[in-house]
Design a protein around this ligand. Structure first.
Ligand SMILES: [Zn+2]
Length: 442
């Protein structure tokens, strides 16, 4: 299956046109829809006009605040899915249970090393903690309701079961502290049950941040200190509590994921027995650091969806390098090369070209040529133990209508043995003109 992401504005506003174009110009036979209606579909990560709303018919039996779309919009969504299915398209639900469009559950948000409650992107005031009991109830409720009320869905794809890196949403600010989560009361309790002292782990995290901040005096001249991947590994080896803490995060996220998958499978037996449960996860080399134990979870799932996003080499890595360099006095370019090496992003370009922005996409991608197509081949080794055991369908992006880069990505996937993929390309990527231009590529 080749699946494209379709924003609700297009699904509900131009459904006939879209389905005609996809059939006429492409080999696409899958459509991915978000489980919510949100401004982030238009890459808008600024302050919210209104809360993001779930595409569900009702939230009554939950007993917690859960904004949902208008009744007529829900009906229209169901009709679109049914029309698309009858024309041979397979529907995937991109389900993001940890982002909540309600102000009323702020206490359930992740708490970072500076004791802040974290927000999700744009119109999601909450980025929930997987150990929070309300979050679990919320997630299981939504999972059951989606399985029941999206009968045409073929794949339920859990997404963003990870701790955040808020480097894009906060742009141009870079918020390193937000990467050190979660230290909430529920996490404290869960850690105790495993015999772990979260407070000591928090101190290690603070120490790590302080070490980064012990930078060279401003204006220091001379050769930049050399940094390589071994330095980073050694850093963690000397701080075993950080490794323990990273494991605790993974375990917390896996427990949460399993509770949702279990809830979904129970309901699917009655409502949608053919439904497959999948998971979209961050770049394989990076996922464990963000709390996603995709290898372990693959035993519970029917489809694994590793992401190969342009924004990782194109924005996140450069912003991270820039911030760490500013705090530590290390050389920015050396750091970026080291990060690319440590996470197997491929060496990247000699010169980074600034992205030619349109609209608000500038918040997503800083450089247009940072994606190294060798990344697919490099990442396969992290997936190896899953290969042949569970279907794997990678996720790629098309940015700035760059069809040549898309062609190379699809070729790279094909040579790694992946003919099926998911594609994210915003509205600009699924206009008639652009789909026509992609004939023979997509
Ligand atoms: Zn927590």
């Amino acid at each position: 299956m080749r699946s494209v992401f379709v924003p609700w504005s297009v699904a509900l506003g131009e459904s006939e046109r879209l389905l005609d174009d996809l059939s006429r110009y492409t080999k696409v036979d899958g459509i991915e829809l978000l489980d919510f209606s949100s401004q982030i579909e238009k890459a808008s990560y600024g302050s919210a006009q209104r809360p993001a709303s779930r595409v569900l018919p009702s939230s009554k039996r939950l007993g917690l605040d859960l904004p949902i779309v208008k009744r007529e919009d829900f009906k229209a969504a169901q009709k679109f899915m049914s029309d698309a299915t009858s024309r041979g398209f397979k529907i995937t639900c991109n389900f993001v249970p940890l982002w909540l469009g309600t102000e009323k559950l702020r206490e359930s948000s992740l708490v970072d090393v500076t004791d802040r409650h974290l927000e999700g992107p744009g119109d999601f005031p909450v980025y929930g903690c997987p150990n929070d009991p309300d979050m679990r109830r919320y997630g299981e409720f939504m999972m059951r309701e989606f399985v029941k009320s999206w009968p045409d869905m073929e794949i339920m794809a859990l997404n963003h079961l990870e701790y955040p890196h808020i480097l894009l949403w906060a742009y141009p600010a870079v918020d390193l502290e937000s990467m050190f989560v979660c230290f909430c009361k529920s996490c404290e309790d869960a850690a105790l049950e495993h015999g772990l002292d979260l407070e000591r782990m928090k101190n290690e995290a603070k120490l790590l941040l302080a070490t980064m901040g012990r930078g060279a005096p401003a204006g220091r001249k001379g050769a930049p200190p050399a940094v390589n991947a071994d330095d980073v590994v050694n850093f963690f080896l000397r701080r075993p509590r950080l490794a323990e803490w990273l494991n605790f995060r993974m375990r917390s996220m896996s427990d949460y994921a399993r509770s949702l998958i279990k809830a979904g499978r129970e309901v699917a037996r009655e409502y949608n027995p053919k439904l497959r449960f999948g998971m979209e996860f961050q770049l394989p080399s990076l996922s464990p650091l963000l709390g996603t134990d995709f290898l372990d979870l693959s035993f519970d799932l029917d489809l694994m969806i590793p992401k190969f996003p342009d924004y990782l080499p194109g924005s996140v890595a450069p912003l991270f390098a820039q911030e760490v360099a500013a705090r530590s006095g290390l050389d920015k370019d050396a750091l970026l090369r080291m990060i690319r090496e440590a996470f197997d992003l491929g060496p990247g370009p000699k010169e980074y070209s600034p992205y030619l922005p349109y609209g608000e996409l500038r918040h997503i991608l800083l450089y247009s040529n940072a994606f190294d197509h060798s990344i697919v081949a490099r990442q396969i080794k992290y997936l190896k133990s899953m290969v042949g055991k569970v279907p794997i369908q990678p996720y790629i992006w098309e940015s700035n209508n760059d069809k040549e880069s898309l062609r190379k990505k699809i070729e790279a996937l094909a040579s790694a043995g992946f003919d099926d993929f998911f594609l994210w390309s915003w509205e600009e990527g699924i206009t008639t003109d652009h789909l026509r231009a992609l004939k023979g590529i997509l």
